[in-house]
Design a protein around this ligand. Structure first.
Ligand code: AMP
Ligand code: FES
Ligand code: ZN
Ligand code: ZN
Length: 328
């Protein structure tokens, strides 16, 4: 198969867009599509400082690469979860993330072919690393075992911790936006799960942009939400970004992955179904179908750490980690 634009060998064929592209043109297309999503959903502007949550995987590293090539002020946050048994999953993820910063591939800016002006030098972005065991005394599997949350699986303790650390670091370091690498497959699996049980409150809050509705919360954005997982993987490959292939050992066999398998079968039979499911949901949501379910809970400041929490007293994070004094 040949590239639609230049007749080189195509590296990807996107049946739902009826588009095959070579590595070079695919990279350009991916960047342009991301910029369109940023503008369409009004995610952020050029003068904002963006914090990208990077896990060392293909989605978040591709996202960081694209934002840097587009010239955004985008720094990274890696959260070390201490998941290193049986394989050094967390250590390897951090290594891939550090390698990405050291290689600096994004310095090759995306520019129009006819633009021969020299590129302005780009400063290296900052990589913030929060190591959970070093900061809070236990790894995620250890705190999870100690608290027996989530029927023995550490995923709920992990999710709570990641959300807390992301929001807190963004606020403390003065970032107005937090960007995550969620792709279309991630979003559709969650949408499917919420639709199966008509969890209207969750549906009302699932969006490419979650505004910072209250003081103490950061705006959250998902610029890659319209790309299939294979498209973000193809971007990383096309750009030579080395990422961690393994997924978290605790995620293997979970419900979200089961839904992803089901939805992949649907997609094989009917290409474009996932994208249509998601975009039509966003259209309905945009028309206000779920507005009445968007409860604006009253928020309180956690009495220990000052972060926003729905119930008065200590927040869920401080309760789980038995934090009694955090320097504000
Ligand atoms: P996941 O929940 O693992 O599917 O990851 C969804 C998104 O959360 C990723 O694309 C990243 O943006 C972010 N993320 C996941 N794990 C980490 C981590 N350890 N450190 C920083 N960000 C992360
Ligand atoms: Fe958190 Fe797997 S990434 S438990
Ligand atoms: Zn081409
Ligand atoms: Zn707290």
């Amino acid at each position: 198969m040949r590239c639609r634009k230049c007749d080189e060998r195509a590296v990807i064929n996107m049946r739902h867009h009826k588009l095959a592209l070579c590595a070079e043109h695919y990279g350009e297309w991916f960047i342009a599509q991301t910029e369109r999503a940023i503008e369409k959903y009004k995610m952020f502007s050029r003068d904002e400082r963006i914090l990208v949550a990077v896990s060392g995987g293909k989605d978040s590293l591709s996202l960081w690469d694209v934002l840097l090539r587009l010239g955004y002020q985008a720094d990274g946050l890696y959260i070390g979860l201490g998941i290193n048994d049986p394989e050094p999953y967390s250590d390897l993820s951090l290594e891939k993330t550090r390698q990405f910063v050291a290689h600096g591939e994004w310095r090759v800016a995306n520019r129009a072919d006819n633009d021969s002006a020299p590129l302005a030098p780009r400063p290296s972005p900052i990589l913030h690393v929060v190591d959970i065991p070093a900061t809070y005394g236990k790894s995620i599997p250890e705190i999870s075992r100690a608290k027996a949350r989530g029927q023995g699986k550490p995923c709920s303790a992990c999710g709570l911790t990641k959300r807390y650390v992301m929001n807190r670091l963004a606020l403390e370091k003065g970032y107005t936006v937090l960007a995550t690498g969620h792709n279309l497959d991630d979003e559709v699996a969650v949408l499917f799960q919420n639709t199966l049980r008509w969890q209207t409150g969750y549906l009302a809050r699932q969006a490419p942009v979650l505004p910072a509705s209250r003081e103490g919360l950061t705006r959250k954005v998902k610029p890659l939400c319209r790309f299939y997982e294979r498209e973000t993987a193809a971007y990383a490959l096309a750009r030579g970004i080395d990422y961690i292939y393994a997924e978290c050992p605790h995620a293997v066999g979970n419900l979200t992955n089961f839904y992803k398998t089901l939805l992949n079968q649907l997609e094989t039979e009917s290409p474009g179904s996932k994208l249509a499911f998601y975009l039509e949901f966003l259209r309905a949501r945009g028309q206000g179908v779920f507005d009445k379910y968007n409860r604006a809970d009253e928020l309180h400041a956690c009495e220990t750490c000052g972060q926003p929490t729905s119930a008065p007293g200590r927040c869920a994070f401080c309760r789980m980690w038995d934090v009694s004094a955090i320097v504000r």
